[in-house]
Design a protein around this ligand. Structure first.
Ligand code: ZN
Length: 264
């Protein structure tokens, strides 16, 4: 079963997975070479992406994992043996969480070839772009949400591939193991906002949720900062995204962690 691709800008396509409205991005060069970001969740989805790419006469040249969480590091043999880049910090984190990632993948998206889960290649230290032959994909690294999380900016098409940030359906989810999870998150938002202005970004692709244009992108920066402010102050954020039970629970967990970290 092929996966449906939607064009969000010239040479930039997305596919939506059933689990958590996860978004895959495919950047396509003029010669059909593809860079895949976060390939999908189920075995059928990831294989279907490979089928769709082949049906369109494209070919996979490289991949990029925005961060090391299990739902962003899945793969299919049908996509081929290509480098799957990530920041050095994300590649290191993935190696450490490999057993837990396999357990979670088996529970939520059973059937993946364990040998292909993870297997990230660290970008060269200080790399500013993903090494591949297609349109520039600049790396915006930070530590919000997960160690070594990175967004990609595609300056030629004005697209920001944000990973697990700037979602319309998920609240900011902190890296709870970090020493300063809220500070890291605010720093990540700042870096993304600087990139949006510098490269005149007009569309954002979040890791989960929906693609958005400039007005909605600006709104997401605001509501995420409002949420984080309320979290720190222990106030009710009134965030509509908390209607989802698992996110309401994540919010309670985050409140507990932030309270424990803040000095009395
Ligand atoms: Zn994540």
């Amino acid at each position: 079963m092929s996966r449906e691709l939607t064009q969000v800008a010239p040479g930039v396509w997305t596919a939506t997975a059933e689990t958590w409205t996860s978004l895959t991005t495919v950047v396509v060069a003029d010669d059909g070479a593809c860079l895949i970001v976060d390939p999908g969740i189920t075995v059928a989805e990831v294989a279907g992406l490979a089928d769709e790419i082949r049906a369109r006469g494209w070919h996979v040249e490289a991949a990029f994992a925005t961060h090391a969480h299990w739902d962003h590091v899945l793969w299919s043999a049908r996509l081929g043996d290509v480098p799957r880049w990530a920041t050095p910090a994300a590649a290191e984190a993935q190696a450490l969480s490999r057993d837990a990632d396999l357990t979670q993948a088996d529970a939520t998206a059973p059937g993946h070839d364990h040998d292909l889960v993870g297997c990230l290649t660290a970008l060269p230290e200080g790399a500013v772009a993903v090494p591949w032959s297609g349109p520039r994909a600049l790396v915006v690294a930070h530590h919000a949400h997960a160690p070594g999380h990175a967004a990609l900016v595609l300056p030629d098409s004005g697209v920001l591939v944000a990973g697990d940030m700037l979602s319309d359906v998920e609240i900011p989810l902190l890296d709870m193991d970090a020493r300063d999870p809220v500070g890291d998150y605010l720093d990540g938002l700042h870096r993304l906002e600087v990139a949006v202005m510098r490269y005149a970004v007009t569309a954002v692709v979040p890791g989960h949720g929906h693609v958005a244009g400039p007005r909605e992108l600006a709104r997401r920066f605001v509501v995420d900062r409002v949420y984080l402010r309320a979290l720190v102050e222990g106030l009710d954020a009134g965030d509509l995204r908390l209607a989802e039970p698992w996110l309401a629970q994540a919010h309670v967990d985050q409140l507990r962690v932030v309270r424990a970290l803040s000095p009395e």
